[in-house]
Design a protein around this ligand. Sequence first.
Ligand code: GLU
Length: 454
Amino acid sequence: MADTVRFAPSPTGKLHIGNVRTALYNWFEAGKGGRFILRFDDTDTGRSEQRYADQITADMAWLGIMPDLVVRQSDRLGLYDAAADRLRDAGLLYPCFETPEELERKRVRQRARGLPPIYDRAALALGTDEKAALEAEGRRPHWRFKLPDGPRTFADRCRESLTVNLGALSDPVLIREDGSYLYTLTSVVDDADLGVTLVVRGEDHVTNTGVQIALFEALGAPVPAFAHHNLLTRTDGEPLSKRDNPLSIRALAAAGFEPMAVASLGALTGTSHPVAPAADLAALASTVSLGDMSRGPAMFDPAELERLNAAIVHALPVAAIERELAEQGLAGPEAAAFWETVQGNLTFRHELGGWAERLAQAPDTVMAGADPLSAEDRAVVAAAAEALPAEPWDDATFGAWTKAVRAETGAKGKALFMPLRRALTGTASGPELGPWLHLLGRQRALDRLSAALN
Ligand code: GLU
């Protein structure tokens, strides 16, 4: 079914991996022939900033999400004015004059009497003169929506159905004292105006949905379908917040994470599918759907991201990494052989630079700063230099060479391979030694073996 969906971040901070989950599920639904709207919920002018909106747009593009339409609520105030007038005319939006302190005192009294601390609708009873008197005192009203009573049950595409008891909620404030609108209203007005047919958002919005369905109805607008996904949390159960900076999309991109590692984790965690890297967003969209969401929170360990990233890098074809290889001066068959040799050792693609540098190093710098070789190691390296076969080399060369060194020195296993590795790479762990030897070629290998003995 072709739905019009929207992703509606408030530009008050950076997008983090939890927001990605919402954006992706909307994107997947839009991908079924529908439309994707990016809406900036920026009516909170004190906290909204253009730089955050710009960063969000860039983050979405990095993930591969290209909105069909971008709107911002601050451009649409006339629509909210008109909707507020309609609600006022219907007697469903009423002015209230209580100060925050007065409201708090009411709640304290209600709790003391064992009552739920919901707004008592005292302002509904104010007569025209009383309101005029309060305004004359200098009080400015805030405006509340008169909720219908009783439970609201609605279908949810992530589960069967949900119920919100509107009778247990305070009438929500839709307009602040300063005349600015609250999200509860603006979101409904926009969803109606933009023809949104499906709202996909986190389950922290379930109560809002009950309230907003009542608002759609009060405004005579068609009620969209809803899907509330479970929320990504850390394994310690803490929800992710905008303050979780290392998990902001921007920080993850800067650290070198692949967009599909972030997207796969964001979409697959807390579903009936294993968290494995998908090739692209289309593959992810065909794997997972709203109905696959688990009931509990979607817990993840940030270390999982590295696992996914490594798996993606290990499978990257050389064509996908040509630019980075060229930056290291590697091209053509040499670049392909290099990539094939090192990719299995990398977590991030940028780490290839370190191995390119090791490959290009001058022989006498390879072991600079490393612990000197022991007498046994020196014997192995000396025998290896002696036994290094003449070119041309083939697939059997490395095996034949190390066998000869073993026969000569009696060293085997780690005692054989570690000194060779250290002499040829300058470090104790890294790519497979056979392919690395081929990358070096006979002369460079021989120079390194000799240099290690100096
Ligand atoms: N601006 C709201 C938020 O970021 C949007 C929620 C919604 O999707 O309606 O929580």
